[in-house]
Design a protein around this ligand. Structure first.
Ligand SMILES: [Zn+2]
Ligand SMILES: [Zn+2]
Length: 506
């Protein structure tokens, strides 16, 4: 039987959970903002349109004067919050079952002793606050040598049990196993991973219906859809644990029923009927076929597969950012040298194997520091209010900045020591005006050979080398002979010119 005391303890726990969730959101607003971004994708409701995007990205990164949480930490905390919330729900349900025994708490007339007894009991109860507080607080189990961002309550939470290394805590999708499956669906071993990703991207809109790579009725295709759908819906729930995926699944079902009953515009060739997998020249013909045996039969026969395929389409839309990041990562990997690929693999493995909260990170120190440090932090904050800029000149989130390697600086002496952020921008700049102008200023005619050269001395040396092997002549000592012209336009070496001049023959 639940008693007053149980109810009191439960209410107290509810409050502690609320505080625990609040403190995490306050410390790292990105937990909130990254989820509303996803809700926008899921709902299309414009529920958060009133929040300017600048504010969203600014809050994601910099409103807190503390070190930024890594993706691994964010996901670990989100899964932790999720476990808190499920406890919260259980608590709320248990409160409904509380039966009060009033007699225990009734104070008889004049029985002061009993009252005092109660007061003593309340005092005894009090220390429990701290016990609970510790359990839900961040860093509760920290010791100087072993810090853990996760509370004692959720200490068994292992974020690596939710993600594989290659998924990087929801950064990328691990689609390589599905690429293998796809090869047997299309019965073509030549389809590259990138080509396969394009096929998956067809599911983000209606191209999967209008331009399917294979017959959508084939059993292999259907098996493939089932397994990819299973992976993506599971992934979505792991990558965004705080969203109500049960509701989202239900919504996808609902959308299916409206979608399947609608003709899909199919470019110039009329409309497309999903259950019949067939094009119709006009709406009239389409409408006429709806009550027919064939359409009704197709709808009935294919309904469970079509629901799943539609759900896959919805999940691809929800995960479109993850898909895009995965594609970009695959493209980047293809451009890597073997060494770079090894390095990248090591980096990902390091992130995966390292503790959620690194030893070097200084959270508590910053929290406890006095005013002086706060001032210092203020100045750090001020300068960091400038979000990192992407290649298009707009602020981008820090993780993307890191992903694109924009934190790596490439200075170029030929451009007056201008610093390029990120390999892509740097590689591109050799054909751009600033760089070309820098070369011309040194008397060098830009050509493909100068790509990659950033030092003035190197450029000069290469220029003289190029001239010596093409138009210039090399003297016996291996030095370049400078050619000069006399007044009549006769070309001769400077040495000869000087000799003749000395003799007064010119
Ligand atoms: Zn039909
Ligand atoms: Zn340059």
């Amino acid at each position: 039987m639940k008693t007053y005391e149980d109810a009191r303890a439960t209410l107290e726990e509810l409050e502690l959970i609320e505080n625990a969730v609040t403190s995490r959101l306050r410390r790292n607003p990105e937990i909130f903002y990254r989820n509303i971004d996803e809700v926008d994708l899921v709902e299309h409701s414009g529920r958060f349109d009133h929040i300017p995007s600048s504010q969203k990205s600014a809050n994601k990164v910099y409103t807190v004067k503390k070190s930024r949480r890594s993706r691994k930490q964010i996901l670990a905390q989100e899964h932790e919050i999720k476990s808190f919330l499920s406890q919260y729900l259980k608590d709320c349900q248990s409160l409904g079952r509380v039966e009060f025994d009033m007699s225990e708490y009734r104070v008889d007339n004049g029985s002061v002793n009993k009252l005092l007894e109660h007061i003593e009991r309340i005092k005894e109860i009090h220390p429990k606050d701290d016990e609970f507080g510790d359990q839900y607080a961040m860093f509760s189990s920290s010791t100087p040598s072993n810090k853990n961002i996760i509370s004692r309550k959720a200490q068994n939470l292992d974020i690596n049990s939710y993600f594989t290394r290659d998924e990087q805590y929801g950064e990328y999708l691990d689609l390589e196993p599905f690429h293998q499956k796809w090869l047997s669906v299309v019965k073509n071993g030549d389809v590259t991973l990138l080509q396969f990703l394009s096929e998956v991207e067809k599911f983000t809109d209606q191209r999967y219906l209008l331009q399917p790579a294979v017959n959508r009725n084939s059993s292999r295709y259907r098996e493939f859809v089932a397994s990819l759908h299973h992976y993506l819906s599971d992934y979505a729930a792991r990558a965004y644990p705080l969203l109500s995926w049960d509701l989202i699944h239900a919504k996808a079902q609902e959308l299916y029923h409206t979608n399947v009953a609608k003709p899909i515009p199919s470019g110039e060739s009329g409309v497309f009927c999903i259950p019949c997998d067939k094009r119709f020249k006009t709406d009239t013909v389409y409408n006429a076929h709806l009550p027919g045996k064939r359409h009704v039969g197709n709808l009935h026969k294919n309904s469970s597969f079509l629901t799943q395929e539609h759900s896959l389409h919805i999940f691809c839309r929800y995960l479109s950012r993850e898909l895009a990041r995965t594609r970009e990562f695959v493209e980047r990997k293809l451009a890597f040298t073997t060494e770079e690929r090894t390095q990248e693999l090591e980096r990902l493995t390091d992130i995966y194997d390292s503790p959620v909260y690194g030893r070097q990170e200084q959270e508590d120190a910053q929290e406890d520091e006095n005013k002086e440090t706060e001032d210092k932090e203020d100045s750090v904050l001020d300068s960091s209010m400038n979000l990192p800029l992407g290649p298009d000149g707009f602020p981008i989130p820090y993780w993307l900045y890191k992903l694109q390697g924009l934190d790596i600086e490439y200075p170029c002496e030929l451009c007056g020591n201008f610093v390029y952020n990120g390999r892509r921008q740097f590689d591109k700049h050799f054909g751009e005006q600033r760089h070309v102008f820098g070369l011309r200023r040194l008397g060098i005619e830009p050509s493909a050979s100068f790509k990659g050269v950033t030092k003035i001395d190197d450029a000069k040396q290469l220029w003289s080398h190029l001239r010596s092997t093409s138009s210039g002549r090399v003297s016996s000592e291996g030095k370049l002979e400078v050619e000069v012209e006399d007044e009549d336009g006769n070309v001769m070496s400077k040495k000869v010119y000087d000799e003749l001049k000395k003799q007064g023959l010119l």
